[in-house]
Ligand binder design. Sequence first.
Ligand SMILES: Cc1ncc(COP(=O)(O)O)c(C=O)c1O
Length: 491
Amino acid sequence: MPNPPDLAALLESPLQRDRDAGSMQRQLHERLKRAILDGSLAPGSRLPGSRALAEALAISRNTVTAAYEHLAAEGYVQPDRQGTRVTELSPPALPRRTGKSAGMPATALRLATIKPGTVFTEPDATFRPGVPALSHFPAAAWRRALDRAIRTASPATLGYGDPLGEPQLRAAIARHLAIARGVRCTPRQVVIAEGAQEAISLCVRLLSNPGDIGWIEDPGYRGAKSAMRAGDMHMVPIRVDAEGLCANADDWQKHPPRLIYTTPSHQYPAGAVLSIARRLALIAEARRHGAWIIEDDYDSEFRHTGEPIGAMQGLVPDAPVLYVGTFSKTMFPSLRLGFMVLPEPLMAAVEAPLHEMLRGGHRHEQLAMADFIESGQFSRHLGRMRRLYRDRQQALRLALARHLKVPHEIDGGYCGLHLTVRLPPRFDDRQIATDALRHHLAPAALSGFAVAPQPTDNGLVLGYGNTSAERFEPLVKRLSQLARAAELGGI
Ligand SMILES: Cc1ncc(COP(=O)(O)O)c(C=O)c1O
């Protein structure tokens, strides 16, 4: 049996008598607990008698007894007939006293495949792609919708709810998508998720096995790549051109995919619209190869030129397409509400596992969102924002024409909130993006979206959603200076 511990070593410094340090009992309990966990009080050793310890520390015996009782209740010590003994804790609970920190167990290998990006916590950095006009959001109307949802919902609404989402919202989305996007679905096929990102991750988890091939647009959306990597998929980049995702016979033969991620209405970030010929071919080949298509329709509600282009999902009956949408652009990103529409037979197969994988929640926001759509406020808000973004895009194009004094071409802009400005390869787009941050500008480097960058993947992705039109002239002048400064072999 180990001897009673040396009290001086155990209590390296005297207990504090000031209030901030906490009660004597709490301090003593904390010190003894730490000593047990770090091994200075060996398993099986005896604690000093309460009287002796109280005298040594000049505190009351009751204080010591209470601290011992607290330790005993937590299982650190065990009282017996001879006093109080330190419990024999299993070795893993006791870190080795090597003098160095014991280190953490290993993380998953797949983490190393997920590329770090720039994390922006400040949404208002100008040109940051994908940020809607935050100050134009009808906050008062949204607050009223939330108030109504909280006032009228029964106490039962405080429970988890349907894991696939509030039935009212699923029905409102199904109706809205049929009119606005030509999506064919019943409310049962709609699953609510925490934004498009969770919806894409769910598609990967529901439809792929580790090592399966996933096609990704190149250049393409980083969030989709991360979702595939986190799902242990083998990611194959497929080039995009002026007609969008450009898969050839070789790609189908050499890398037959299980999943294909695409942004057909407004390729992210390069801006192409997937042509009807390619849409039909993609659906036909996907069927032939037993592949699923994830259609990310992230910003097509804001169509700026020509007739609206319907979703791929509704193009032909029973297409193997999972339609993904989000309220991050149409409402605001922190709402974290998105959705996916699953083909009917797929829903039948995954509904039960989804019930186990998801927990519902955010019910009042979902009910408020359903109310917002059904009352017509959502459509009115979209109409106002469409006009605003159209004006902002025009102002940005004008400013680029006048003030971007380096050779460039502009892509995209049929819909959404960003333009892509291609630059000749001698202008280092990553350098421009890094330098721009010092001026509170956050354009994204086009090359940063490519897995296998080509010389043409060089330029800047400019978000215009959250910047008022009159600010573009001076901002583009600044960008122009930054671009010239980043010219390789410069001027
Ligand atoms: C291509 C694309 N898909 C989806 C999203 C939206 O994701 P979430 O709904 O998770 O905010 C974005 C946001 O920038 C995007 O660029």
